[in-house]
Design a protein. Structure first.
Lengths: 211, 428
């Protein structure tokens, strides 16, 4: 082999080695919006309550409430208040409780088909304003007529969101147990007429560069 | 023939070194992106004017520094009283902190010998993550959402659990105290008592709120802990105090009442008691590789040069000896090039508008006024400094928050967050 050829090979190898030492850095151009299944884990996830948990929790509660004879089998459909006012978040998860409760109420109202009557206490002020306008004669009585008072309720939703988290100092694995408990309380007697719980535990381990 | 070979040895080495040296300096991910003016304008339109330089950096530095930049900009918005913007920023920062980075490409690259650790998306060290939860919690308190405030403070305490030394694991007294305060304001007395006891177990000098207290007073003083890269190859992470007006004591004045603050947290202490990290072992390995490659390279270069020089004294195959010498020299340069391209530097990006310490007090006040005052004291070293502070009331409780150092007085780019930030840091 000619010396110049040998030297060219050395030059080539040197350059190749040198270049291979540099890995190209991919500055990704981003990713267009895609719709994802709300009932499935998303691309970005942690160990807390996520959309699939909200869907699963509200679905489970809804099925269970519909199977409860006191709530869904009474001769006179009971009036219920389903909002988050008495659902207490004691967990370490920041959450908008309405995400769970609204989904539960909407699903339940559609599936109950008249077996329960839903009373909105959140909007009581709005209703009161309209009632006053009607009674003062500023507006007419509309089509359904007047009632003596706003609807009272037989039962109201209460509940608690709780969690317990541990971190393994050895390998950085985070594990969180979450528990969502809902109850329907009799607004006269205080008796709990229905209760259900949804619980799950998730664990995950960050890449070592974050530990 | 010899002259010919000598002529080629130089270019040969040059090509190799140029190729190797290309990745030793600024890497692609360390550059700011150019953002179209209209896009920037639209993004900044709803941001508070004085915090816009910090928000501009959010766009320019993209995902890699998104958590860091939202922490800085969010805190600036918080100080300006734009709680809605601040909350959005801290929510985004916490989303990044809480996301689990498994099978992440950038994280994998951060472990590579030839790519700097700072390619990874910033999530901050434990104390920075905990402080992001702290500010998000304060924002919830200022909105009267005590349950989510409590969740935030609890989330922050979890971040503090990773300390290598069990003694310093989850000992963030400030967060435990505020966890209790949020429960207290929410009427969850049993939970409040539990958290107050926990806070006291971390710091026995804390003064706990009375049952009828409804005003939380917070004074932050001093500047953020500074991260430094030390060691032979800047592979080790160290901290030093950031300086500024670090108050030894604080005094709150509200509606003609005065109360002393108690030290609730020393952020620098929290930063330094984290202990060793797993990534430190990787960086130490990179540094060792770099040192070994360099030493081997030096040896080969010396042997190669001597061999090539000795070719003239060789009576037989002097051309072969010279070529062998050139090849050894080249191998040595390749090894040195690899050493130069190895990047063991520790990631020293940090949240620079954090305080050094936090003092807290509580009071009972039936009708809190809109403002109060805080006096920061560092007796014998500086004159007292007094600042006015807004009192925000929502729900059952009120919050007054003040700082000795403004969160707005930081450069647009976080320290060491990009090539430009490093350059401007060197100039200072």
């Amino acid at each position: 082999m000619m010396p110049s050829v040998k030297i060219s090979i050395v030059v080539g190898m040197t350059a190749a080695l040198g270049l291979s030492a540099c890995q190209s850095v991919d500055n990704a151009a981003g990713r267009a919006t895609v719709y994802e299944d709300v009932g499935a884990p998303g691309r970005v996830s942690g160990v807390g309550i996520e959309s699939q948990d909200i869907v699963a929790t509200s679905d489970k509660m809804m099925r269970d409430m519909l199977a409860n004879p006191t709530l869904a089998g009474a001769a006179t459909p009971p009036r219920v208040i389903l909002d988050a006012a008495y659902v207490n978040n004691e967990s370490m998860q920041r959450i908008n409780k309405n995400l769970i409760v609204d989904r539960l109420r909407v699903g339940l109202q559609r599936a109950a088909a008249g077996r329960m009557i839903f009373v909105s206490r959140e909007n009581a002020e709005m209703v009161e304003t309209e009632r006053e306008l009607k009674r003062a004669g500023y507006v007419d009585t509309a089509t359904s007529g007047l009632t003596r008072a706003q609807a009272g309720a037989d039962y109201r939703l209460a509940g608690r969101i709780n969690s317990q988290q541990g971190l393994d100092r050895g390998d950085g694995t985070a594990s969180r147990y979450s528990q969502v408990t809902f109850e329907m309380i009799d607004l006269e007697s205080g008796v709990i007429v229905w209760t259900d719980m949804y619980e799950f535990k998730k664990s995950a381990q960050d890449d070592v560069v974050y530990r | 023939m010899n002259r010919y070979r000598h002529r080629l040895t130089g270019p040969c080495a040059l090509v190799g070194l140029l190729a190797l040296g290309g990745c030793a300096g600024v890497q692609e991910h360390e550059k700011e992106a150019s953002v179209p003016a209209e896009q920037m304008q639209a993004y900044l339109a709803d941001k508070p004017a004085r915090a816009r330089p910090l928000y501009a950096t959010v766009l320019q530095q993209g995902e890699r520094n998104a958590v860091l930049n939202h922490m800085r900009a969010g805190l600036a918005a918080f100080e300006l009283g734009d709680d809605e913007t601040a909350a959005r920023s801290f929510d985004l920062a916490l989303d990044g902190i809480e996301a689990v980075y498994a099978n992440n490409e950038e994280a994998e690259q951060a472990r590579s010998k030839f790519i700097k650790e700072n390619i990874k998306d910033f999530k901050g060290d434990a104390y920075e993550r905990a402080m992001a939860y702290y500010y998000r919690g304060l924002l919830y308190l200022r909105r009267g959402d005590y349950e989510n405030a409590r969740a935030s403070f609890r989330g922050g305490m979890i971040q503090d659990s990773l300390a290598e030394d069990e003694e310093f694991s989850q000992d963030f007294a400030l967060l435990a105290l505020l966890d209790g305060w949020a429960s207290h304001c929410n009427g969850d007395d049993a939970l409040a008592a539990e958290s107050f006891a926990e806070a006291r177990s971390y710091r026995d000098t804390l003064e706990l709120p009375n049952e009828d207290h409804n005003l939380l007073l917070i004074a932050e003083s001093g500047k953020a802990p500074v991260k430094l890269a030390t060691g032979g190859y800047r592979e080790a992470l160290e901290f030093r105090r950031g300086g500024g007006f670090v108050a030894q004591t604080t005094r709150f004045g509200v509606a003609e009442r005065a109360v002393s603050g108690r030290l609730a947290e020393d952020i620098y202490w929290q930063a330094t008691t984290r202990g060793g990290r797993e990534i430190d072992k990787i960086l130490a390995g990179k540094a060792q590789f770099k040192g070994t490659s360099d030493t081997v390279g030096n040896g080969l270069v010396a042997v190669g040069a001597l061999t090539a020089l000795s070719a003239g004294n060789t009576s037989g195959n002097s051309g072969g000896v010279a070529l062998a010498g050139a090849a050894i020299l080249m191998a040595g340069m390749v090894a040195k090039g690899v050493a130069a391209a190895t990047t063991p530097e520790a990631d020293v990006r940090y949240w620079d508008n954090l305080p050094d310490r936090v003092h807290v007090a509580t009071l009972r006040l039936d009708d809190p006024p809109a403002t109060g005052t805080v006096t920061f004291r560092d007796p014998g070293l500086r004159p007292d400094t007094g600042v006015d502070a807004a009192i925000v009331t929502a729900g059952r409780c009120s919050v007054m928050w003040a700082r000795s150092e403004s969160a707005l007085e930081v450069p647009p780019l976080a320290p060491n967050s990009s090539a430009a930030a490093i350059k401007s840091g060197e100039k200072q």
